[in-house]
Design a protein around this ligand. Structure first.
Ligand code: B12
Length: 247
């Protein structure tokens, strides 16, 4: 397989892409021209405005279809690969029992003003996600789900009270980088309140996080869209029951 690729539209390697955006301009010929100009500046040439819809009196939504001339080198793509084995719930339970001789405690919730609980519930609640049961299903995991809009002091206090091994935080709203600011506030609060060798594992998740951002956010791991409970359980087991796990 070639490591140099281009987008596929009508024929292999023709470079065709489709983008959508909104401009703060009432719908008109000028607005459509502006959309085409923006697309050309983005490297789409020729750029065809295939859809334009007024969004109220002052805005227009566009879909533009056209050719990009850029190439992508797969060898230069950087991603965070899973560096731990995927376990079944049975294997995860057995590993926890063997290593800890007690249940592993997980405290989770949405911090800040974020009320999008569907994501954290998909990971924690027994009903799970994508055909996998959530962490509540694991016999050797004790799950404390604090739900929506948990303040950072409240999260730290509850983590201490429960003697949490891991804290799982969800952030879905990204307006004004709220997810990044809240995560940094949370990780700083845990560092302040625990000696470094006693701090629980800090895990953050949400659809718009970049998995490569863990270090700069001060957390141990970032999970993004499409995460399944089994991946999270396997990571917890790897980090909290394996002596050679990378810190
Ligand atoms: C459902 C929903 C709501 C519901 C939430 C109900 C609930 N109890 O959660 C309600 C109606 C309350 C709502 C309200 C709002 N919403 Co809303 N909402 C959505 C919607 C449609 C779906 C989100 C969802 O449930 N996804 C399904 C779950 C399973 O996916 P997920 O969250 O990505 O989770 C997965 C992974 O990310 C990961 N994950 C997530 N968290 C964690 C945590 C850990 C520890 C781990 C390991 C993994 C993990 O695992 C999950 C499973 O794979 C999205 C749009 C969309 N299609 O995504 C908008 C969306 C998120 N909402 C949005 C907005 C703006 C709002 C409001 C501000 C609207 C308003 N003006 O009032 C309010 C904010 C309320 C608040 N205080 O937070 C915007 C956010 C934009 C942005 N850039 O920030 C979105 C993107 C819609 C949009 N396109 O504008 N919303």
């Amino acid at each position: 397989m070639s490591t140099i690729v281009r987008p596929y539209g009508d024929t292999t390697g023709d470079g065709m892409v489709q983008v959508s955006f909104t401009l703060p301009v009432p719908h008109s010929k000028v607005a459509e021209g502006a959309a085409a100009q923006l697309a050309r500046k983005m490297g789409i040439d020729p750029a065809l405005v295939v859809h334009a819809k007024p969004m109220g009196p002052d805005f227009t939504f566009f879909v533009v279809y056209g050719r990009v001339n850029h190439l992508v080198n797969l060898d230069e793509v950087e991603v965070v690969e899973r560096d731990y084995p995927l376990l079944t719930p049975k294997e995860a339970n057995a590993a926890i029992k063997r290593a800890l001789r007690r249940r592993l405690v997980v405290v989770g919730g949405c911090i800040g003003t974020d009320a999008h609980t569907v994501g954290i519930d998909a990971i924690l609640n027994i009903k799970g996600f994508a055909g996998e049961k959530g962490l509540e299903y694991y016999r050797e995991l004790k799950v404390v789900n604090l739900g929506a809009q948990v303040s950072v002091p409240e999260l730290v206090e509850r983590a201490r009270a429960e003697k949490a091994d891991a804290v799982l935080v969800s952030q879905v709203v990204t307006q004004r980088d709220a997810h990044l600011l809240n995560t940094r506030e949370m990780s700083a609060a845990f560092r302040e309140s625990y000696p470094s060798d006693r701090r629980p594992l800090l895990i953050v998740g949400g659809p718009r996080f970049d998995e490569a951002q863990a270090a700069e956010l001060g957390v141990d791991r970032v999970f993004s869209r499409g995460t399944t409970p089994g991946e999270v359980a396997s990571y917890l087991v790897h980090r909290l029951t394996t002596k050679d796990a990378v810190a």
